[in-house]
Each structure stands twice: as C-alpha cells, then as structure tokens.
Design a protein around this ligand. Sequence first.
Ligand SMILES: NC(=O)C1=CN([C@@H]2O[C@H](COP(=O)(O)OP(=O)(O)OC[C@H]3O[C@@H](n4cnc5c(N)ncnc54)[C@H](OP(=O)(O)O)[C@@H]3O)[C@@H](O)[C@H]2O)C=CC1
Ligand SMILES: CC[C@](O)(C(C)=O)C(=O)O
Ligand SMILES: [Mg+2]
Ligand SMILES: [Mg+2]
Length: 331
Amino acid sequence: MQKYYESDAKLGDLGNCRIAVIGYGSQGRGQALNLRDSGLDVIIGLRPGKSWEKASEDGFEVFDVATAVDMANVVMILVPDELQGDVYRAQIMPNIKEGDCVMFSHGFNIHYGQIVPPPTVDVIMVAPKGPGHMVRRVFTEGGGVPALIAIHQDATGKARQIALAYAKGIGATRAVVLETTFQEETETDLFGEQAVLCGGMTALIQAGFETLVDGGYAPEMAYLEVLHECKLIIDLIHEGGFTKMRDSISNTAEYGDLTRGPRVIGPEAYEAMEEILTEIQNGEFAREWLLENQINRPVFTALKRQGEELMIESVGREVRGLMPQFRNLSK
Ligand SMILES: NC(=O)C1=CN([C@@H]2O[C@H](COP(=O)(O)OP(=O)(O)OC[C@H]3O[C@@H](n4cnc5c(N)ncnc54)[C@H](OP(=O)(O)O)[C@@H]3O)[C@@H](O)[C@H]2O)C=CC1
Ligand SMILES: CC[C@](O)(C(C)=O)C(=O)O
Ligand SMILES: [Mg+2]
Ligand SMILES: [Mg+2]
C-alpha cells in the first residue's frame, strides 16, 4: 500500500482554497478545529440548531449549507451518511463549481451510488481511522490519528496533493496516511464497526457481563472484570500486538486466553462474520439502512432504547462514579 508522512504533504496545496466543512458533529468539529489550527481557511455549513451554536461558540463563521458550498472550493461532507444524499442533491450539487473538490470521510454514498458528482470536480476521501473526538484530542497532544485517502475522480489533476494537504491539516500525516479506494474503505470500515469494533465488542462484553451476573456474581465485579479492564488490555494490544499483551498478563491468563478464546469465538462466529461481510459487499446492508431511514428508523430506535436500558449501563455509571478519573469526562 502507498504510505505518506509529513514530508509527502504540503499545506500550501490548500493555501489558496477555502474549505467548507459541512456538519459540525464528531468528525466535523474535530477536523475543522485541526484544519484551522494548521492555518487553513475554514468555514462551516449547517442547518440552524445545536451544532450551529457550537461552531459559532468555537469562533467559526457558519452559513447555511448552500451558501458555504458557494463560498468554498473544497467541500468536506460530514453530515450523517444516511442524510448525505438529500443534503447533496438539495444544497451542495446546485452550488458546486467546475474544478471544486468534493470530499468525504467515508465512502458509503459514492460506493453505493447515492451521490454521483459531475465529472468536472475532484472527488476525494480523507477518512480518519478513529472517532472525531480523538482526531481532535490526539492533535492537541501533538500527535495524529492515521487516515486513509482515496481518489474517485481527479478532474483537476491535483486531487492527490489536495487529499494529502487535507490529511496533513487534520494531523493524520503525523501518524501515517495510506492510499486505498472508496470500495475498500467502505467495505472494511462497515465490517470493522459491525463485526469487531462496535457490534462485536459490545456483544462480547454484554455476554460476559450477563454470564457472570446470571452466575450470581456482583454486577459491579462483572463490570470491572469485563468492561473496565477491557481498555487496559486493549491498550497493550494497541501498543504491541497480542505479544505485548501476553507478555504482561499472567501465565495462567495466557493459557486461558489461548485455549478458551477460540471456544468463545468459534466456527459460528466466523460464519456470522462472513455473512455480515457478504451483506456489505452485495449492498444488502446499505439498502436496509437507507430504507430504515426512509421509514423513520423504527428498528434503530427500539434497539437503541433497549441498549440504553441494559443493567451494564446503569452499573457502569455507578462504578465510574466511584473513580475520580471519570468525573470530569464529557459524555
Ligand atoms: N463519527 C466518527 O468518528 C466517524 C465518522 N466518519 C464519517 O464522517 C461523516 C460524519 O459522521 P459523524 O461525524 O459521526 O456525524 P455526526 O452525527 O456526529 O454529526 C453530523 C453533523 O451534521 C449536521 N447535520 C445533520 N443534518 C444536517 C443537515 N440536513 N444539514 C446540515 N447539517 C446537518 C449535524 O448538525 P445538527 O446539530 O443540526 O444535527 C451535525 O453537526 C460520516 O460520513 C461518517 O461515516 C468517518 C470516520 C469516523
Ligand atoms: C468504528 C466506527 C467508525 O467507523 C469510526 C469511528 O471509525 C464510525 O463510523 O463512526
Ligand atoms: Mg471507521
Ligand atoms: Mg464507520
């Protein structure tokens, strides 16, 4: 894979550009603040509401989406994936100009054909491999969250330089930037969040918590064991792979890890993962999610509420309340 670092990217490639960041949520805020701190010209496009107030408080000039797109030549679309098609057709498409650059942090709408920009514009992805709040936090600490870039259309012949300059502006070249395609980013990102990072992880933690509580152990004990300590173990895996984690745990834990882990994630889990990947590759997941939104998200709403009502959530609030390190953390 092609890799890029600080010396491969020039902020000057965005020097004459005005960047409109459309949306000011997790990624929008993180990216916009980092770009501004990198000395770039950034405005924000929004609808009236909470995000508009936040962006104004943070000192940005905020406009409705159509005006922001009209005023800019680089447009980063950071509204939720499920709304991007409507926002693009109503407010972005009528205001983009020949030679502009349309950017995404996830390939969903391009890959699944929900947005088809005209051939006269660059279409680029700069996708941080981490939550927006961390894109900001790590940048302010002097580091960067790695990112993927991809070029879908290169109308100006400068798409790659612009992608790299943007990646530098948000701090990603301080870590590493890898070049991929819209297809590869979309399919791996959806798979990762569904099967491992979010879906797989919460299901694994919940199953462990329920098993201990059903076995008669105190919920607080179960929480500390299967959720709180998760981060400490993951930090070691993150720093040095399974080897570093296994060097740090006891031999007893390591033997249990090696012999019992594959019983928890056995053939059934592999089959489920293959099915999930197929649904992503053949567009079934995308169709389901877009249709779910068209009917006002009944399944999403019900499952979200059930998740919020789980015992692990209320026990977690209590246990975190016992530890000073959690008291000043925002939600
Ligand atoms: N969350 C993450 O860390 C990651 C996200 N991404 C991608 O980044 C993109 C943005 O996701 P994310 O940051 O999670 O989004 P959020 O849900 O956090 O934020 C969405 C923003 O869009 C605004 N918005 C919603 N609807 C409209 C509209 N009709 N017109 C104008 N503004 C609107 C919201 O404002 P309001 O307050 O008015 O609702 C809010 O500021 C997606 O493509 C996602 O896949 C990629 C990597 C990681
Ligand atoms: C893991 C979820 C994610 O893909 C991300 C933070 O990278 C997302 O879509 O939010
Ligand atoms: Mg992701
Ligand atoms: Mg994602």
